[in-house]
Design a protein around this ligand. Sequence first.
Ligand code: ADP
Ligand code: MG
Length: 648
Amino acid sequence: AEAGAGRCRLSKIGAGRRPPPARVRVAVRLRPFVDGTAGASDPPCVRGMDSCSLEIANWRNHQETLKYQFDAFYGERSTQQDIYAGSVQPILRHLLEGQNASVLAYGPTGAGKTHTMLGSPEQPGVIPRALMDLLQLTREEGTEGRPWALSVTMSYLEIYQEKVLDLLDSTSGDLVIREDCRGNILIPGLTQKPITSFADFERHFLPASRNRTVGATRLNQRSSRSHAVLLVKVDQRERLAPFRQREGKLYLIDLAGSEDNRRTGNKGLRLKESGAINASLFVLGKVVDALNQGLPRVPYRDSKLTRLLQDSLGGSAHSILIANIAPERHFYLDTVSALNFAARTKEVINRPFTNESLQPHVLGPVKLSQKELLGPPEAKRARGPEEEEIGSLGPMAASASASQKLSPLQKLSSMDPAMLERLLSLDRLLASQGSQGPPLLSTPKRERMVLMKTVEEKDLEIERLKMKQKELEAKVLAQKAEDSKEKENHCPTILRPLLHRTVTVAKPLKKAVVMPLQLIQEQAASPNAEIHILKNKGRKRKLESLDAPEPEEKAEDCWELQISPELLAHGRQKILDLLNEGSARDLRSLQRIGPKKAQLIVGWRELHGPFSQVEDLERVEGITGKQMESFLKANILGLAAGQRCGPS
Ligand code: ADP
Ligand code: MG
């Protein structure tokens, strides 16, 4: 316990100079075509450019490709050794310095995550290679006579539907993730097996792998629906004083598939699994984002996966995310989404398309992807989930039959009209360029006409709805205006502005020039404006509103000369802005505009467009030239008064 307390003290001292969050390195691995025959007839929709960047066809614009840049790019010819030596091996030595590291394989099911992490006996992946090297390293570093004694343990768990399950103990239930006082993440009760040789490792690892929860989806018979987490701990104890201890953790993670579950045809339990998996992956994305952007809050606690990785992602940890992608065109959408996930904090550059082999007529992936994108979810909505029927077919068969079985019309008729239009116009463009390839919408002419008509009808319907909405809005406004008129009859709200003014303009009163004229007159007549107005409620209302007949004017005609030209122009502009942008309610903040006039102004504006000058107000029904003059005077002088008095 004493040692523990000592450690906690130590960590507190160190806490002040915590290293800044480390960036998560991102590598992308493109696997080769798995079907030996493909490649020539089914050109890849993605290709590498150099050791860090790749480009992918842009389905939105076939003239362009999207170019992505990462810390490393491994093309289809890269070997298991290339990935291991290039991105994983360099971080292993940090484990002996007592730092943590993690390697995560991300990507859609079938893109090569398990191949990258585990591999096969002929092509061992990251896990066996890292274990071999680490065990070798610890043996060498820990031999008698060296300062540190080293030991290695392994744990193996999976996160399935946000539950943490021990794969080395099939009887265990959901385990809890805790954090100790030093900020280390631990899982009490998780099995830890000491390993001294690679044979030891295999003895525990291979049977446990079989315990993994795997299920069949349309994309891959053995697609993993859970995150498989292999934890390798390297413990070091100093042989001589001061007998320090160090612990380095390495997480090797084969993440669950990142594919969109709507496209894999998952239903029921599978859909639920996908949802949970995607939530975890979603948070992982946010965590990587936050770390790479140096955001103050990293949402580790939002999912089990990221909570577990809290001390091994960011901080002084060394992390690499390997995004696995596939070249086949039916992976196009998943590939784009995996690349976007991986590149969220990196630049995506649009650049003109240059490769001959990816010119429009061979841009199959674009065509197929659009169908895949817009087909199933849309079609599902129209047909209901029970009619999904390609579930038992393999990945290739699935995409082939998807385009045969579902009539294009059936799928496209439920498509977004904007998208339809876009595809149709793209088709026209391709045809005008003399493209020999099949149209993007491979529909017969007659069906096209039907589609065009549908689009047109939808446009008309939208117009009709817009008109209806306008009518309803006008009705509501009219109703509101009536309501507030009634209210006004019951309580004289006009008292408020006057009360306010009696205070703020008490002094400038002598200068007269900054006051709305009718106010000055009233104040001069009675020092107690409140009582005066109460007595003269009826008269005041007349003064305030243009709706009522114009009251007699007593002010001088040369009011415009009393204020500076700038103020005059400013005042006019302010009024004009209100006339053009103000709601009926805003308009009523103008002197002499009552509810009825405000309504008229809004209506006029909707019919005729914006007012070009304040005088246009005369064209609004019922506003005469004389009223206009008095309106301008009241408002501009009011504004001027407001400006000169300042915010007193
Ligand atoms: P995931 O784990 O992402 O679902 P897998 O690793 O199971 O994908 O890969 C799917 C298929 O592709 C497997 O048959 C695998 O052997 C093969 N494969 C994946 N990556 C490669 C590669 N780089 N070279 C050769 N075959 C690969
Ligand atoms: Mg897998």
